[in-house]
Design a protein around this ligand. Structure first.
Ligand code: ADP
Ligand code: ASP
Ligand code: MG
Length: 439
């Protein structure tokens, strides 16, 4: 069994959906096909939700009309037979009927999640209708029947495994199972999602739950590049990465993968192949447990970082101090990314500011607290054990005169992290590209 995930651009045009149908039917292997929403849809739904939360009904109506028109054009090009055209129109009208119903109901955070789910529901149902039209036998598996997150928002792989096996057993003899990425049910039984870009995470969770032979992430670029291709011009794809290296890159901002999407496949040792839908013959990137030689592999950057410095004379010679600090972050379920200490101060970074006020109030009990925002972590990933020496010098030297707020080296053998001001990020990525990848 393989899991193949196609992102928004891969299903973003009717012709692309036709092409995806060719790719998934090219061999007779059993596969779960995970689809994102048609590109632009989730962004549009987010905007509609924001307008509804503000009570701007006319603004929301306009955006809904524009999105509806886009889908009317889409299905007419996707499908050609009378019966499937009828079905396609029915799918669109049902989902837009629901979206319009939200205009007149009291809008809440949970309705917003249901609104966001419409994108993946539409894309999978339209794709499934197309497969049927061209005579492909397939099963549409509703992700809401098996994709589940617990009260902490964490996916439950055991539950997913159990439910998925039940669904597959109900549909014995089928080879192609189509399902939605991104969407799930939560502990309260409500529709929820795995956060933006979450279809990668869905595919990885399904791959782990089914102990698949491979998870393939099909997107609009030929694999993980050595630097952010949106900022740096001459980037190139990396043929192989270890799970650890890929997980660091995903977590620290390489948009090609959802931040958590490598962890389930890593835990269950399922290789992940990043492939390009527009260039299926390109090698892409293979992510597996294999450690590959090569010291510095790639650079990525994550924005929206907040640095917190706690200065305390009480820290001097006091054991247990760090535990007390960490307990505050644990209490507010806020992960820490980087940390450095001195005899009188602790500096750390977070990217989730939803509980910042409460965290700061408690930290103030320990001493003076300073907060800096609009920071980015630049992360250099590779296999630094095999490098003999000089790696950190090389990295620092490549940063030219860009001020470093914090440096983390040695936390893992795969990562060097640098904290900088976000306005210096572009310069940092370009300088590192020159210093690390061009001799
Ligand atoms: P999808 O819709 O298929 O999930 P995404 O837009 O989420 O696609 O991810 C693919 C995009 O990630 C690429 O088009 C590229 O601009 C961006 N990206 C950022 N960093 C990297 C990187 N290091 N390697 C490859 N792509 C990257
Ligand atoms: N459609 C969702 C998003 O745009 C999930 C995904 O594409 O991975 O965030
Ligand atoms: Mg994505």
């Amino acid at each position: 069994m393989k899991v193949l995930k196609f992102g928004g651009t891969s299903v973003g045009l009717p012709q692309r959906m036709h092409h995806v149908a060719q790719l998934v039917t090219a061999d007779k292997e059993s596969k779960v096909v995970v689809l994102s929403a048609v590109s632009g849809t989730t962004n549009a739904l987010v905007e509609i939700g924001e307008l509804l939360l503000k009570g701007n009904k006319s603004g929301a109506t306009k955006k809904i009309d524009t999105l509806y028109d886009k889908y009317l054009d889409f299905y007419k090009e996707l499908l050609s037979e009378e019966e499937s055209l009828f079905k396609g129109k029915e799918i669109i009208d049902t989902h837009f009927g629901f979206i319009r119903y939200l205009l007149d109901s009291s809008f809440s955070e949970w309705k917003e999640k249901e609104l966001l789910a419409q994108g993946e529901l539409l894309s999978t149902k339209l794709f499934y209708t197309y497969l049927k039209e061209i005579g492909i036998k397939a099963v549409l598996l509703p992700a809401l029947d098996f994709m589940y997150i617990d009260e902490d928002g964490e996916p439950d792989v055991e539950y997913i495994r159990e439910k998925l096996h039940e669904r597959l057993a109900d549909n014995k003899g089928n080879q192609i199972f189509v399902t939605q990425g991104f969407i799930c049910k939560n502990a309260e039984g409500l529709i929820d999602n795995l956060k933006r870009g979450g279809s990668d995470y869905s595919a990885s969770l399904i791959g782990a739950a089914l102990q698949a032979d491979e998870v393939q992430i099909w997107t609009d670029i030929s694999g993980m590049h050595n630097n952010d291709p949106r900022i740096v011009e001459d980037t190139f794809p990396i043929a192989e990465l270890s799970f650890e290296e890929a997980a660091e890159l995903a977590y620290f901002g390489a948009k090609i993968l959802h931040p958590s999407s490598i962890l389930p496949t890593q835990k269950y040792n399922v290789p992940v192949h990043l492939l390009n839908t527009m260039q299926p013959q390109a090698k892409g990137t293979l992510i597996s447990s294999k450690q590959n030689p090569g010291a510095i592999k790639a650079v990525a950057a994550k924005d929206g970082i907040i640095a917190i410095k706690i200065k305390s004379s009480r820290m001097l010679l006091a054991y247990g101090f760090l535990r007390k600090i960490f307990e505050i972050f644990e209490k507010y379920k806020t992960p820490i990314d980087m940390i450095t200490t001195s005899e009188v101060a602790v500096s750390l970074t977070i990217d989730d500011d939803s509980q910042l006020g409460a965290i700061l109030d408690e930290l103030k009990e320990f001493g003076t607290v300073q907060v800096d925002e609009e920071l980015s972590i630049v992360c250099i990933v590779g296999d630094f054990v095999s490098e003999k020496k000089g790696i950190i010098e090389k990295v620092i030297h490549s940063m030219n005169d860009i001020p470093l707020r914090m440096v983390s080296f040695g936390g893992s053998k795969n990562n060097i992290s640098l904290l900088i001001e976000t306005e210096k990020k572009r310069e940092a990525l370009l300088s590192l590209n020159k210093g690390l990848f061009h001799k």
